[in-house]
Design a protein around this ligand. Structure first.
Ligand code: SF4
Ligand code: SF4
Length: 95
């Protein structure tokens, strides 16, 4: 018989603790959020849902914990309103 999966699936994991998880110093791309384009609807929040490290806030305006963001770009890929774009460098503003 298949093992029962927990009834309570969490949307995201949490970032690794300590220096090992702190990617803000070396990522090459950074998400930049255009708050005007964001739907600001709790029914969306795909950026929060899909971030593999749980770094996107579940609040509006959307905030990203850049200390741990690894710049994978999943949040930008999943945003249906193209409110998130990936920019080169470690800052949400173009370097
Ligand atoms: S996925 Fe895009 S539109 Fe949806 S809440 Fe996040 S930033 Fe806003
Ligand atoms: S770029 Fe990746 S790690 Fe950073 S906030 Fe988006 S989904 Fe999360």
């Amino acid at each position: 018989m298949a093992e029962k999966i927990s009834d309570t699936l969490l949307a995201a994991s949490t970032p690794a603790a300590g220096e090992a998880g702190r990617t803000g110093d070396w990522r090459s791309q950074t998400p930049s959020v255009d708050q005007e384009k964001c739907s600001k609807k709790e029914s969306c929040l795909l950026c929060w849902l899909y971030c593999p490290d749980g770094l996107v806030s579940r609040t509006f305006p959307i905030e990203v914990n850049l200390e741990y963001c690894k710049g994978c770009g999943i949040c930008a890929e999943e945003c249906p309103r193209k409110a998130i774009t990936m920019v080169d460098g470690r800052s949400p503003q173009r370097d």
